[in-house]
Design a protein around this ligand. Structure first.
Ligand code: SF4
Length: 581
């Protein structure tokens, strides 16, 4: 039996509702469950920063179990950056605590009258004043919350200054360095006067078939240990391992996507970083342990990911690891998405046409602070690049692009254009096949529409289980389906799992159409369509979306990108049309 905890901040009220098995079978948990709840309970066209928006933290049926890399949780809401349905995922132990407190999800509605901290434990929600915490950084906030007797081992998700000031790409931070990073969910939290939630889970998670589950978990761990990426590369270097490969392909976005080869790549690569690694860490029950503790010039940081090295390194022209460590620490403490921050600053530097030098790290640091505090030029930039600088913005649906230039990879281009949350490399990580392993020809359109669809559906399911995406390098849909069946007692085949992912993807699409989005939003930035990559191995390549129609067809959507009633009926979600139109 699964429960959802509802919390109304306006009336300081809370209650529990049971989730029936049919909902788990159809939407699993995590992203899927949250999408289903948002479709049902969030009226169309709600202003994202109004009390009417819902903020949902969700775990999945595998969270809190010994399933490998299953400590993650999702946060979902209507995004203030993109205006779309949005979910963002975070590692650590927060999902574990949520499940062990007895909940599959927590739905937060309304707006607190005073600055508030929520303390959640099994069957109990305390509404505590957060006046003393307002204005503080995320690390200090978490430390302070854990001072209370009995709360030293809880999990905290909190916002920093950026969330308080409603920066549209503010994130929610957990353990000081893990983030529900993208889409401005930190601003949604700030708009609710909610500084933090602390969750203390002390119960257990029941498994339907515990002995068989344990056997399957051992088998999955063995597969992960044997695979070169999960068993070795990620363990040694973390996500920065990809930087050299992306640069080698000529697709490392440099100086606001004006180039694809960064001359300073060697200085910020995994090899350069390796000399400064002081330790490794992982999320709950993760043997991969991709997290690295890095110390450069006496400054320590954790979770310095590839995306930060690209966004606040190559894309703004900074080739200095010491500064990247500083940027990472600052963004984590302010609670700000490094990809959107970097993309917005890159657009700003370009717009100033030489008034700010590329690679001026001191200026980048000052801009990050100004954005978070919404002061000076930071006030406009806090709105994100698409609102502040549309002419220079490199974004899709308002979300700044991640670190793989879509001009040189046809599948990546389609994945960015059709992701329901805006430009995202993780909703269909086709960059792995096209750029990292090169198991498919990145220049070819052949088979890419089908590959992107297949990855979107599988990863929608993975984000609902919830298991870390990196496990997909070694595990298959059959593995996930078996784990899910043994944990829940609901029989899932690999096909059922992927169909659930497809159902969730279509549900999100229907949500977005109801918000006024259309096929026009399945687009790429004009500059990437018209300006070819100037130099390097991908020289001359422009972005294109020639396969968009084929993709719509494969999805069973109309030529205008609208899921047909027949498709929705087939997926069992045609009822949702009434709720969202
Ligand atoms: S691989 Fe990394 S991000 Fe994924 S669960 Fe493990 S430590 Fe966390």
């Amino acid at each position: 039996m699964y429960n959802v905890l509802w919390i109304d901040l306006t009336d300081e009220d809370f209650w529990e509702e049971e989730v029936d098995d049919a909902l788990v079978r159809d939407f699993i948990g995590g992203k899927g469950l949250a999408a289903r709840l948002l479709c049902e309970h969030l009226p169309p066209r709600v202003e994202p920063l109004s009390p009417g928006n819902l903020l949902i933290f969700a775990a999945g049926p595998l969270t809190g179990t010994p399933a490998p890399s299953s400590g993650r949780a999702s946060a979902s809401a209507k995004s203030p950056l993109t205006g779309t349905i949005f979910e963002s995922h975070c590692g650590g132990r927060i999902g574990y605590h949520l499940r062990r407190a007895g909940y599959l999800a927590v739905v937060i509605s309304g707006r607190a009258e005073q600055k508030t901290l929520l303390r959640i434990s099994r069957g109990k929600v305390e509404f505590e004043s957060a006046a003393r915490l307002w204005g503080r950084g995320t690390r200090e906030t978490e430390r302070e919350i854990k001072q209370k007797p009995g709360w030293g081992r809880c999990s905290v998700a909190c916002i920093g200054i950026a969330g308080e000031r409603l920066v549209r790409f503010a994130s929610i931070i957990h353990e000081g360095h893990r983030a529900f990073g993208r889409g401005g969910l930190g601003a949604v939290m700030g708009s609710k006067n909610l500084k933090a939630l602390a969750i203390r889970g002390e119960g257990s998670v029941e498994l339907a078939r515990p002995e068989e589950f344990k056997r399957k978990v051992r088998e999955c761990h063995a597969k992960l240990a044997e695979h070169p990426t999960t068993g070795k590369v990620l363990k040694l270097y973390g996500t920065p391992n990809v930087l050299a490969k992306v640069n080698y392909a000529g697709l490392l976005p440099t100086r606001n996507f004006s180039e694809g080869v960064f001359e300073g790549a060697d200085e910020i690569s995994a090899e350069a970083l390796a000399k400064h690694i002081r330790g490794s860490y992982g999320c709950y029950v993760c043997a991969i342990r991709c997290g690295k503790v890095v110390e450069v010039g006496g400054v320590r940081t954790t979770s310095l990911e590839y995306e930060t090295l690209f966004a606040l390194g190559a894309n703004v022209g900074v080739a200095n690891l010491r500064w990247l460590v500083e940027f990472n620490e600052l963004c984590n403490d302010l609670g700000m998405d490094t990809i959107s921050a970097g993309g917005t600053i890159a657009a700003y530097i370009e717009s100033r046409q030489g008034a700010i030098a590329w690679g001026d790290a001191e200026r980048v640091y000052a801009l990050l602070e100004d954005i978070a505090h919404r002061r000076g030029e930071g006030e406009a930039l806090a709105e994100g690049s698409a609102r502040a600088l549309p002419e220079y913005s490199v974004s899709v649906k308002g979300l700044e692009l991640p670190g793989y230039d879509p001009r040189g990879a046809r599948g990546v281009a389609l994945a960015y254009a059709t992701s329901n949350r805006g430009a995202c490399h993780l909703r269909a990580p086709v960059y792995i096949e096209e750029i990292l392993t090169q198991s498919v020809d990145r220049r070819s359109r052949e088979g890419k529409a089908a590959l992107v669809k297949q990855l979107q559906d599988l990863h929608s399911a993975l984000d609902s289980l919830i298991l870390c995406k990196f496990t997909a390098r070694a595990l298959t849909a059959e593995d996930y389906a078996e784990l899910l069946s043994l944990a829940t007692g609901i029989e899932f085949t690999a096909e059922d799992l992927v169909t659930a992912g497809e159902r969730i993807f279509n549900l999100e699409r229907v949500f977005n159409l109801g918000e006024g989005l259309s096929s026009k939003d399945d687009a790429l930035p004009e500059r990437l369509l018209t300006q070819p990559i100037p130099e390097g191995p991908s020289r001359g390549m422009r972005a294109e979306l020639e396969i968009l129609e084929e993709y719509y067809r494969l999805r069973g959507w109309s030529s205008a990108g609208v899921p047909t009633r027949e498709k929705l009926r087939q997926l069992g979600i045609d009822y949702i049309l009434r709720a969202r139109s």
